[in-house]
Design a protein around this ligand. Structure first.
Ligand code: PEP
Ligand code: MG
Length: 539
């Protein structure tokens, strides 16, 4: 967050592109419950009743919404039944605590734990927990859920917002979402992008009072009570953006883009098969990155071979002839997974994460490799390893994969060894790229930037330094692309900068010809490259 001038302009990060001009509505999620405690048995009964009531509320909401959004609410329903979460709460009640105290205390610990996670997906879970905390407290206290009246077209401002609250708001008349915390990788951000609701996160502090606000999903700013000249400028940019959107949709369905005689391939990043439901996904050249760690972060435990195989096979079936790049689990450090990752690391970003962790836990890694080897016979599968630092890690993973395939074949199971590649996201790997016998490379600009710039990718205070367009980062991207060209190996870029049209020219100049991004970014990036071809700002 930074304050750009004397008038209140907060700067954050874009989670969903677009513009909103309307009244600012502050939505406070905090709610403190106080009730008179009864006997332990009465408190347990009260909590069970409140959990059941909350379950009913969320199920009703899910049934009125349907589709992917309803699937997101499933996570909250699972939490309401999660023994690991509820166990300590019922234990505290049995020891004499009041139901609301016990519930709030354990939920506060969990929320703080998720909030502190540098990984944006885990931070998103904090919003789901906050919503559950408040719903259950309201039910325990016999309150009606306080609902702030949100006028049409409002800029909704909150510390964080869970998907269920987002879904209760009518966005049909426009409006936008401004969060002081939040993350671009959260469930609510996915919903905002899917519904075209502009959203800016990590604004740092909320305005104290309501007023008229401009939310700018392009510049990632929230401006309160702007002067008429700013409003006029905003309106002009907003209208240019809607014209641009219409043009981008047309370009998306059109022929591929070319840059300096080379075909530019635009792939998508997904986390699960549900992401393939985005209408623009069909126009992609394939899947450039499937992050699999989210499959592992399941309250029900680590996914078994058949469950993983089913998901990978469904994704390959969707892709048909198009390539699908699945990344092996990138857990650890910023993405802790119960039963898998190491606790208490001093510096988790530099810790046992990615392939380092998978190689330490071959019994878990081999399950994923078996599922991938079985899926490989169903399409054009490529598998890549995350956080690779030295060639020996790549060869160890490759050897284990070969062994797994040999075992499957010996047992008469249909399986194949897919093409194997690495993420280039550790500077050491980028600097010694010649030494890696990988078939393809995919540049993870998010991690590469944080390691090159020594700036935590999730720390909003360092956003100026966390710049993927810094010449030091671009130099490593350039070297990697050049290596691919020399070796005839595919080099793609799958970090967030691939989906930012403002980075397209720099990446093309570095020699990148394969981009992988979230489905809603495809149109804008394709349009940006088409515009560059028209000579607006060529080489
Ligand atoms: C990256 O680091 O750029 C990347 C694509 O991986 P993740 O964001 O999942 O760490
Ligand atoms: Mg990464």
């Amino acid at each position: 967050m930074s304050i750009a001038s004397a008038t209140l302009i907060l700067k954050g990060r874009t989670a969903s592109w677009g513009f909103a001009h309307g009244p600012l509505v502050l939505v406070d999620q905090a709610r403190v419950g106080r009730r008179t405690a009864g006997s332990s048995a009465a408190e347990e009964r009260a909590l069970r009743g409140a959990l059941a009531e909350t379950n009913g509320q969320i199920k009703t909401l899910a049934s009125t919404i349907g589709g992917d959004a309803a699937e997101i609410l499933e996570f909250q329903l699972e939490l309401l039944d999660d023994k690991a979460l509820l166990g300590p709460i019922f234990a505290a009640i049995a020891a004499g605590a009041a139901a609301d105290d016990a519930w709030s205390r354990v939920l506060a610990e969990q929320i703080a734990h998720y909030r502190a996670a540098p990984d944006e997906y885990l931070q998103a879970r904090a919003a789901d927990l906050i919503d559950l905390r408040d719903r259950v407290l309201a039910a325990l206290n016999g309150e009606l859920r306080a609902s702030v009246k949100i006028p049409a077209g409002a800029v909704v401002c909150a510390e964080d917002l869970p998907p269920s609250r987002f879904l209760e708001i009518d966005w049909s008349a426009g409006g936008g979402l401004a969060l002081s915390h939040g993350s671009a990788a959260s469930h609510v951000a996915m919903l905002a992008r899917a519904r075209g609701v502009p959203m800016v996160v990590q604004l740092g502090r909320l305005p104290a009072q309501a007023g008229i606000a401009l939310l700018d999903g392009e510049q990632a700013t929230l401006e309160l009570d702007p002067p008429p000249a700013r409003i006029a400028d905003f309106a002009a940019r907003r209208s240019a953006d809607s014209k641009g959107k219409a043009a981008a949709s047309a370009v998306l369905a059109g022929p591929p883009v070319i840059w300096r005689g080379d075909r530019v391939r635009l792939h998508i990043n997904i986390q699960d098969a549900a992401d393939l439901g985005h209408p623009d996904a069909q126009y992609s050249d394939g899947i450039g990155l499937m992050r699999t760690e989210f499959l592992f972060d399941d309250p029900a435990g680590l996914p078994d071979e058949d469950k993983q195989f089913g998901i990978y096979e469904a994704v390959l079936r969707w892709a048909g002839d198009r390539p699908v790049t699945i990344r092996t689990v990138d857990a650890g450090g910023d993405k802790p997974i119960r039963g898998f990752t190491e606790d208490g690391e001093m510096n988790p970003f530099l810790g046992v994460r990615g392939l380092r962790l998978s190689l330490k836990r071959p019994e878990i890694f081999a399950v994923q490799l078996r599922a991938l080897a079985r899926a490989a016979v169903h399409g054009k599968l490529r598998v890549m390893f995350p956080m690779v630092t030295v060639p020996a890690e790549f060869t160890a993973a490759r050897d284990l994969f070969r062994e797994v395939v040999a075992h499957l074949l010996a047992a008469g199971v249909r399986a194949a060894l897919p093409e194997l590649g690495i993420m280039v996201e550790v500077p050491a790997a980028a600097l010694t790229i010649d030494a890696f016998p990988a078939s393809f490379f995919s540049i993870g600009s998010n991690d590469l930037t944080q390691y090159v710039m020594a700036s935590d990718r999730a720390n909003g205070a360092l956003s100026a330094l966390s710049d993927p367009l810094n010449p030091a980062v671009l130099e490593l991207i350039r070297r990697t692309a050049e290596h691919g060209l020399r070796r005839g190996a595919s080099v793609s870029l799958c970090g967030d900068m691939a989906g930012d049209p403002r980075c397209a020219l720099a990446l093309l100049r570095c020699g990148v010809r394969e981009f992988s991004m979230s489905p809603p970014s495809l149109g804008r990036v394709k349009q940006a490259i088409a515009d560059l071809n028209l000579g607006a700002s060529g080489d």
